[in-house]
Design a protein. Structure first.
Length: 87
């Protein structure tokens, strides 16, 4: 039996590759809104991220990667699905 596909992965634009401007870790990213971001890490990105290495337990996110994602969204390189900056 095949498991169901998560509709968040098929609705809307696909996740896009993005490299962190600080360490170069490459992740897949989708920005559903200015308040919601999905990030998919692979093994190479996890090993490359200095912030992740510094906090192996309880890692809540990389500030440098978050800044790279925000810059990509502001520049239009990374589309924002619900681009309502007023809400």
């Amino acid at each position: 039996m095949t498991p169901p596909v998560d509709p968040r992965l098929t609705d809307g634009p696909p996740m896009l590759p993005l490299a962190c401007s600080a360490c170069g870790a490459g992740v897949l990213v989708r920005k559903s809104s200015w308040y919601q971001t999905s990030v998919q890490w692979d093994g190479a990105a996890r090993r490359r991220c200095a912030e992740r290495a510094a906090h192996p337990v309880g890692f809540e996110g990389c500030g440098a990667l978050a800044a790279s994602i925000r810059e990509a969204a502001l520049s239009g390189t990374l589309p924002v699905v619900d681009d309502d900056r007023e809400s």
